[in-house]
Design a protein around this ligand. Sequence first.
Ligand SMILES: [Zn+2]
Length: 83
Amino acid sequence: MKCEELLAALNDYIDGDRASVLCQALEGHLAECNPCQIVIDNVRQTIALYKAGQPFDLPPELHEQLHQLFKERWEKKFAEQSG
Ligand SMILES: [Zn+2]
């Protein structure tokens, strides 16, 4: 699984509608990908707050950090692929 695939799968993950196969692939990727670990951590916290009926928001600076992190990773990855 790639980072972008993990992100694409996050919708299902968030919905709690994930298949065990997806879950295993996701956990496998997480074991060796720090940026995605951070994302999942935040997603899980967000889900917990959401289910508790509490308002939630990613801190803007964290959101920006994640955005930068993935942007850099993906730009590098795509540059390698197309190079
Ligand atoms: Zn990743």
